[in-house]
Ligand binder design. Structure first.
Ligand code: HEC
Length: 214
């Protein structure tokens, strides 16, 4: 092979090697000493590979059966993520020993739910505006009879596992926080808009004015 060809192939090989070192997008590039980045020990809060020893391949362990960490009495959720679990969830009731007037429900709703459901629950959040096909097909706004009459337990189930296009919120909302958000959803469902026709409000529902902070 001539010198020119050596240089040609050499350049191609070198540039291929160089470009594979570069990190971009989902490519972390070459790591010269991965042990410097990733602990060899099992770290409960970070996981690179599937754990070969623990159940479910997870570094983090489930609590020992029959034990409850302090303050985590409501950690276990007994109902399964299927239609039967959803139907059974109507028996779940919001705890009565929580404060529902501390504004936390509204605060959390504005962090996690407004992007889709909108500030007042009219399904006009930025995500739904951008991708309208994601919207719930069966109801338009929280003020619809469907949400007004939806048992709070079912909403808890939906927040825990997600439902169709809505993802689970179990990792970001503790059980207590879920109940507070649900209380706020129910408040929004009872709001009356000045322009809403009278018949839109069922006689049994309590009028509940919500003022937008915007
Ligand atoms: C990514 C957009 C998205 C986000 C974020 C989101 N939702 Fe939803 N939500 C949906 C969709 C889509 C549905 C309709 C699911 C179905 O029935 O197909 C839904 C359904 C619901 C329902 C009716 C549940 C049922 O059992 O029929 C309630 C109540 C609700 N969402 C409340 C919330 C609350 C509270 C939050 C924040 C903690 C939230 N959603 C966050 C998209 C979202």
């Amino acid at each position: 092979m001539s010198n020119k060809l050596y240089i040609f192939f050499g350049t191609i090989a070198a540039s291929a090697m160089m470009s594979s070192c570069v990190s971009r997008g989902n490519n972390a590039g070459w790591e010269y000493a991965p042990d410097m980045y990733y602990s060899k020990g099992y770290e409960p809060y970070s996981q690179v590979d599937s754990n070969k020893v623990n159940p479910y391949g997870m570094n983090m362990r489930e609590p020992v059966p029959g034990t409850v960490a302090i303050g985590k009495l409501d950690y276990q959720y007994g109902l399964e993520n299927n239609g039967n679990g959803y139907e059974a969830s109507i028996h779940l009731k919001a705890p009565t020993n929580l404060s529902y007037v501390d504004g936390q429900g509204k605060h959390l709703f504005e962090i996690y739910c407004v992007v889709c459901h909108g500030k007042l629950g009219n399904n006009d959040g930025e995500v739904f505006k951008k991708v309208p096909t994601l919207k719930p097909g069966a109801w338009k706004a929280y003020t619809d009879l469907y949400i007004r009459e939806l048992p709070e337990g079912k909403i808890y189930h939906t927040l825990t596992y997600g439902k169709n296009n809505m993802g689970s919120h179990a990792s970001v909302l503790s059980p207590t926080e879920r109940w507070k958000v649900i209380d706020y959803v129910k408040q929004l469902s009872r709001q009356v808009f000045p322009s809403a026709p009278e018949m839109d409000v069922p006689p049994s529902s309590k009028a509940n004015k919500i003022t937008s902070t915007n």
